[in-house]
Design a binder for this molecule. Structure first.
Ligand SMILES: [Zn+2]
Length: 399
């Protein structure tokens, strides 16, 4: 029995993991196995046993993340909805929340309006610009679905106040030309692990006149997990390049859309040779200088962010999140969540980069692509950092 994704990856002909649809750019697979939108592709057809193995792993995985969503909806003409009716729904939601012990999440309530524009997509777009929301399309027709600003939690407004908000929202919709009058939509949802628990609360939703449904879904966390399998597989199968493109692991990307990793690595390696230095020299020097600045910070949240380290002035910029190595190595988060700027105070020359670059240069000989805004150019680095170091630099260490 396959117990981990790597067991599946050893089946000959394994191509890829996917979420939603297989990636068409890799060519047509001979076999696809899929469960709830997570799956993998093979370049040859599978035997019965192989298919069962793959299916087994996917099903076990999806089952472990299954959730049951109790959804109650109400759709009535906006002109007919009253503040009392909205209050009735939110009161029940609040009672369920206070009673607890139902095995589900807190009830979540939304109030929206649907505006039917028929075939007039441009009119819907125009309304969205001021009103917000999402455009829903069905064949030749389109509608704008937008949230209404109405106090929905019990302590947030009296019935009279809801009435005022409703009037205000009606005014905001204004005198727009529509295919039919605006529709008020309310949705009350709760998420349960067990279907029986969802069914047990269903009568409460029915009792206030909602149309109810229990929907089985795979939780979001499973998608993150499969994305992770996919990333690991890309690294394992030598396709790190794909993770380096913009909007994959980072918005800006480690490489431009068409740059080739192999070429970037080769060119930078030969630049290093011509300068008479190694990647370790560059990474080591940045680690030494920026490391001193990092250690002299009183805390990660310190406001003072400029430090003098010998003949260098170092500026540190702290980010909330940390950047991942595209080879998915474990990284010290202290380094992965900063950017630095090193200024050589004698020459005024500057070098900027992300903290992660120290790892990328030292472990992978990678200075980032020429089209990446985070590239640390090796030639510029050598100039600013004073590399190669003269043999008599060792003099300082003797003392
Ligand atoms: Zn790495």
């Amino acid at each position: 029995m396959a117990t981990s994704p790597s067991d599946i990856e050893t089946i000959p002909g394994f191509m890829d993991w996917f979420l939603g649809e297989p990636d068409a750019s890799r060519g047509a697979p001979a076999a696809v196995v899929e469960v709830h939108g997570i799956g993998c592709t093979f370049s040859r057809s599978l035997t019965e046993e192989e298919r069962a193995e793959v299916l087994g792993l996917l099903v076990r995985h999806a089952d472990a993340h299954k959730e049951h969503r109790l959804i109650g909806t109400l759709a009535v003409p906006l002109a007919e909805i009253t503040a009392e009716r909205i209050d009735e729904i939110r009161t029940v939601a609040r009672e369920i929340e206070l009673a607890g012990n139902h095995g589900g999440s807190y009830p979540d309530m939304k109030c929206m309006v649907g505006l039917a524009f028929g075939a007039r997509r441009d009119a819907a777009e125009k309304k969205r610009a001021t009103f917000g929301g999402e455009i829903l399309e069905d064949d030749e027709k389109c509608a704008l679905i937008a949230s209404l600003v109405i106090p929905l939690s019990q302590h947030a407004g009296t019935v009279a106040e809801i009435q005022k908000y409703l009037a205000h929202e009606r005014k905001r919709i204004g005198d727009v030309e529509l295919d039919r009058p605006p529709v008020f939509l309310a949705e009350l949802t709760m998420v349960f692990e067990e279907r029986a628990a969802a069914e047990a609360l269903r009568p409460r939703f029915d009792a206030i006149g909602l149309t109810t449904n229990v929907v089985e879904r795979v939780g979001k966390s499973v998608f993150w997990e499969v994305l992770r399998w996919q990333e690991r597989w890309l690294v394992k199968s030598g396709r790190v390049e794909e993770l380096m493109r913009p909007r994959r692991l980072s918005t800006a990307g480690f490489l431009g859309e068409t740059e080739r990793l192999e070429e970037v690595l080769k060119e930078d390696a030969s630049t290093l040779v011509s300068l008479g230095i190694t990647a370790a020299d560059v990474a080591g020097r940045i680690r030494e200088i920026v490391g001193k600045a990092l250690r002299s910070r009183s805390s990660r949240y310190s406001r003072q962010d400029t430090y003098d380290v010998g003949r260098f002035r170092v500026r540190l910029m702290q980010w909330g999140g940390s950047q991942e190595c595209p080879w998915l190595c474990a990284i010290d988060s202290g380094w992965a969540s900063i950017d630095f700027a090193i200024e050589n105070r004698r020459t005024g020359a500057k070098l900027r980069g992300p903290g992660l670059i120290v790892h990328l240069i030292a472990e992978h000989g990678f200075f980032e692509g020429k089209e990446s805004p985070y590239r640390v150019d090796p030639r510029q680095a050598a100039e600013v950092l004073g590399l190669p170091r003269k043999w008599w630099d060792r003099f300082w260490r003797l003392g």
